[in-house]
Design a protein around this ligand. Structure first.
Ligand code: XMP
Length: 518
């Protein structure tokens, strides 16, 4: 395995399957220290070659006394590297260093308060009494390993935090990474800065600098192809590559006729006019709509759109002789190897499935955002001068409006949906709600209902408004928009969009519903 040694100071997070592992990594990164998540059973050789400044053992659902409990190579405790165990991670530390962990009779879950009983670097600048923390554990440490001392206690945990200060081993029973532990940021930064002696060198400015050098070195004089969709990830990849290799980058944008109002124009004006990139703009709307004629089934629609996209993309790319690389906006959450017992990590469906293309076209993949979380990718975009409307853009499915109108994607239906959707966008932005929610959009339903307009009876279609809050699209809840805003959106759609006489608000959460209707 090849580590990225561009980032001098690296912290290693060993994952034992906690739902919060990614959150730990994000907190560390927010404190400007580079870190990576790896499975708990990473080999000793791999750990050594990673050269961590510190190791964090995540929480996890297992108990250390269980038969197949996930345990790391115990030699990590001989590396002379600071270690912080969180929840299950602390129990691992206690267990492997010959302390004792007891099966708890009942789980402790939710808010708790701890009192500090011994001074330590880990709790520097944190109050000594009634410190609010978030607990979520079953087992607890009963007796300390040799040379350890108790740092904090809670009503239910006689060892809420422990340390061997000589060897820089620390354990906390609670979760410093969640917002319900207000001192969590200070605690993690104490570990990173005071104990691991890291500096806050991980910034998106430094990332852009090192990534630019790395891209230049790898690409040399060759050409890179990039499929630009106008979404955040592909836009940031394009901007980053453009910054690094300028005219050696060739972007291909396929207008499939299923985009939102003004999207295609905006991509052209940003990338062609402003950045002056080599942009191949392919207007294929007619082709897509023709193939989608009379297709009602959403999976069928997805297939047709995906395949046609690949075909067109391949055709264009083939014209770029001597291109060697295909750039993709893969992000870190897609890269993290999930711990086996967690099962395959479900991720957001990827835009236009270009998987398989690189081999077929004999292109090498280049994925410069592989190390970044979404919020970091956004900061990179900002650093590179991408406009806010791209950086803060909501996710938009690859098959576009075709899956936001139920039934066949005819020109007429697309027009109705596009107009209604534009009103939703305008009003969400004007009210300041756009940036507060995960996604907001209109869906056109294939039903007609009776209405009355003036003296006339109407028999028109229905728009469903879908606005959700979410952190990762895995779960979502409908946004509690103010009635006034709902009223305004509804009035405008019914008055301004021909063919719609009713607007409904979708108040379903995910699960059991999904975000898109399809
Ligand atoms: P669901 O509807 O499954 O959607 O709750 C979860 C998230 O995925 C987005 N989505 C897509 N994103 N290409 C994408 O890039 C797609 O084909 C696609 N389909 C769904 C959806 O908008 C939501 O954010």
């Amino acid at each position: 395995m090849q580590w990225n040694h561009l980032h001098e100071e690296r912290v290693l997070i060993l994952d034992f399957g906690s739902q919060y592992t990614q959150l730990i990594a994000r907190r560390v990164r927010e404190s400007h220290v580079y870190c990576e998540i790896h499975p708990f059973n990473m080999t000793m050789a791999q750990i050594q070659s990673f050269e961590p400044r510190g190791i964090i053992l995540s929480g996890g659902p297992a108990g250390v006394y269980q038969k197949e409990a996930p345990l790391p190579d115990p030699r990590i405790f001989s590396l002379e590297v600071p270690i912080l165990g969180i929840c299950y991670g602390m129990q691992v530390m206690a267990h492997q260093l010959d302390g004792e962990v007891e099966r708890a009779l009942r789980r402790e879950y939710g808010p708790a308060t701890i009192d500090l009983v011994n001074d330590s670097e880990l709790f520097r600048d944190i109050e000594a009494k009634d410190v609010r923390v978030w607990m979520s554990h079953g087992d607890r440490v009963l007796s300390l390993p040799l040379d350890f001392e108790v740092l904090a206690v809670s009503e239910n945990s006689p060892v809420a935090a422990m340390a061997d200060r000589q060897r820089h081993f620390y354990g906390v029973q609670f979760h410093p990474e969640v917002v319900h532990t207000p001192c969590g940021k200070t605690l993690l930064e104490n570990f990173l800065y005071r104990i691991c002696k890291c500096h806050s060198t991980w910034t998106m400015k430094s990332f852009v600098e090192s990534a630019t050098l790395a891209i230049r070195e790898r690409v040399g004089k060759d050409r890179v192809i990039c499929a630009l969709s106008g979404g955040v990830d592909s836009s940031v990849v394009a901007a980053l590559l453009h910054n690094a290799i300028g005219p050696q980058l060739h972007c291909i944008f396929v207008n499939n006729g299923l985009l939102r109002e003004g999207e295609a124009e905006s991509v052209r004006s940003i990338f062609l006019d402003h950045f002056e990139m080599n942009l191949i703009y392919l207007d294929a709307a007619d082709l897509f709509l023709q193939k989608l004629q009379d297709v009602n089934d959403p999976e069928q629609k997805r297939k047709i759109i995906g395949n046609l996209f690949i075909e067109l993309f391949e055709n264009e790319a083939a014209k770029l002789t001597n291109a060697k690389y295909l750039a993709q906006g893969t992000l870190y959450p897609d890269v993290i190897e999930s711990v086996s017992f967690k099962g395959p990590s479900a991720t957001i469906k990827t835009h236009h499935n270009v998987g398989g293309l690189p081999e077929k076209m004999k292109l090498e993949l280049i994925e410069p955002l592989r190390e970044l979380f979404k919020d970091e990718a956004r900061l990179v975009g900002r650093e590179l001068g991408l406009p806010e409307r791209i950086i803060m853009r909501h996710p938009f499915p690859g098959p576009g409006l075709a899956i936001r109108l139920l039934g066949a994607a005819t020109r007429e239906n697309l027009q109705i949906l596009r107009e209604a959707d534009a009103i939703v966008m305008e009003e969400m932005e004007a009210s300041g709600w756009y940036d507060k929610v995960w996604q907001a959009f209109a869906v056109l339903l294939p039903v007609r209902s009776v209405g009355v307009m003036g003296d006339e009876r109407t028999y028109d279609q229905v728009i469903a408004l879908r606005v959700v809050e979410s952190v990762d699209a895995m779960t979502a809840d409908w946004a509690r928009l103010p009635y006034e805003l709902l009223q305004k959106i509804s009035n405008r759609i019914i008055n301004e969009v021909n063919g719609v006489n009713r607007v409904v608000y979708d108040i379903s959460s995910k699960p059991p519903s999904t975000i898109e209707w399809e």
